[in-house]
Design a protein around this ligand. Structure first.
Ligand code: BG6
Length: 467
């Protein structure tokens, strides 16, 4: 189906995701001239349209950078609201009426995965699935088994090319830019393999806790919440082979490389929980859910055999930052032998809060001796009016462009990788808020290396006159 969507329906319209991400994206889409279709919110809150508009207004004030007068006015003219239970067929009859003959609605399931099946079925029974597309929010299932069941349910009512499994990391400008750089330059390919690369580290750190999402988080934990999806997408973008072109080949290669990632075992993972998590509303007093996870994974491919990929994520860490560090091997010999060996080369991709590409290299110190210093050559970009991931992905889905969405096989590979470490496969270690997680995570690193801590690193490298 190539026709663009002509109505946007979002389930979970009074929920957290709509409040924090969807309304702000809608206002931005209007500002960029990208939204001209009715937007129908569905929820069971006992609300009317005016209350729904008030919610949109509050969301834009809190999370959308404020109200943009003309854009908000237009948004209000597009908003519709259907109040009802997802189990009740009349909710879908009302939706059918609100769609007012739209031929290609885009249905966004901003609801817990346990409700996906019910809503998909309601859409089918009311024929709201005809000519439609559906966006499913992550996490897509809870494990491999439930993800497979969910896939089966969705494709019963929607063909695979109409299913858009969203992972907002794929909509991030920084992630798309990483992917672009890999395949738009010649310099990376000769060194992007086991012959030159010693290890890869990815840290996704957040300096805040669960922010009132304790109930959700108790069901998820760091592995289900971000490691299985956002972080494995980053691994796929870094490690995949060159695709035959954009579009579907991009999804083929992401799925292929994940299919070569070895299934994790308990020895590859360290789980942590920050002290104080159990006092959060919605969290069990004896909870053993992880707010920190670190893993060591291996890709059994010709390109990556023997190169460890270290992934680490956590809440209440010292900083909020997502960074990838590609560490190269040491030079084969030390020619200028009377100094301490420097650090091997690295490439550092900072994905947030700023976009940074840095090349770690060693240069000679000015002076009479042949001694050196480690420096970074840094490229930093501050784009103006960048599209937020949800805006970009909603736009893509409305156009039927699926390259930055996860396909069924990729989602199943991701769950296959983490399945044995879900739940209580390994103990959870306490850690102090503001620390880099439990010390046990250091044991995952093979050899003499250590975790690269994003914010502290610039101080660890002497900066010497390189502009
Ligand atoms: C979400 C997780 O998917 O991603 C959150 O549910 C996490 O727990 C968030 O904070 C991080 O996204 P971003 O874009 O802020 O890095």
């Amino acid at each position: 189906m190539n026709e663009p969507s002509d109505a946007l329906v979002f389930f979970g319209a009074t929920g957290d995701l709509a409040y924090k991400k969807i309304f702000p994206s809608l206002q931005s889409m209007i500002r960029h001239g990208h939204l001209n279709m009715p937007v129908i919110g569905v929820a069971k809150a006992g609300w009317n349209l005016e209350q729904f508009k008030a919610r949109a207004q509050a969301s834009l004030q809190e999370h959308g950078g404020g109200i943009n007068g003309p854009a908000f006015e237009k948004l209000c003219s597009l908003l519709r609201y259907v109040d009802g239970d997802y189990l009740d067929p009349t909710t879908f009859t009302q939706l059918r009426q609100a769609l007012n003959g739209a031929a290609h609605p885009l249905h966004y399931l901003a609801i817990p995965p346990s409700l996906f099946g019910q809503v998909a079925q309601g859409l089918a029974q009311s024929q709201c699935n005809q000519g439609a597309r559906i966006i499913a929010e992550k996490p897509f299932g809870r494990d491999l088994k439930s993800a497979r069941e969910l896939n089966k349910t969705l494709v019963r009512y929607f063909p695979e090319d109409a299913v858009f499994r969203i992972d907002h990391y794929l909509g991030k400008e920084a992630v798309q830019s990483l992917l672009y750089s890999r395949f738009a330059n010649t310099i990376w390919e000769p060194i992007w393999n086991r012959n030159y690369i010693a290890a890869v580290q990815i840290t996704m750190a957040e300096d805040f806790g669960v922010q009132g999402r304790g109930k959700f988080y108790e069901e998820a934990g760091a592995i289900r919440d971000v490691l299985e999806n956002h972080m494995l997408q980053l691994v796929a973008c870094l490690a995949m082979e060159a695709p035959a072109g954009d579009g579907e080949p991009l999804r083929d290669e992401r799925a292929k490389v994940l299919s070569m990632v070895r299934t994790l075992t308990p020895g590859d993972v360290v789980r942590g929980q920050f002290t104080g998590y159990r006092n959060d509303p919605g969290v069990a007093r004896q909870s053993t859910v992880e707010t920190f996870a670190a893993v060591r994974l291996w890709i059994d491919s010709w390109r990556w055999a023997g190169v460890p990929f270290y992934l680490r994520t956590g809440k209440c860490l010292p900083t909020s930052c997502t960074e990838i560090l590609v560490q190269f091997k040491k030079p084969p010999q030390q020619v200028f032998g009377r100094e301490a060996r420097g650090q091997p080369n690295h490439v550092r991709f900072r994905l947030s809060p700023q976009v940074v590409l840095a090349l770690g290299t060693r240069v000679k110190k000015v002076g009479e001796t042949m001694t050196g210093v480690d420096v970074e050559l840094i490229l930093q970009r501050r784009p103006k009016d960048e599209m937020e991931p949800y805006e970009r992905l909603l736009l893509d889905a409305a156009r039927g462009a699926s390259e930055f969405f996860a396909r069924e096989d990729q989602v199943e590979q991701a769950w296959r990788i983490v399945d044995p470490i879900l739940g209580h496969a390994v103990p959870v270690h306490p850690y102090a808020p503001g620390s880099w997680g439990p010390a046990e995570s250091g044991k995952l690193i093979i050899g003499e290396g250590a975790w690269w801590n994003p914010n502290s690193q610039p101080d660890a490298i002497e900066k010497e006159g390189v502009a």
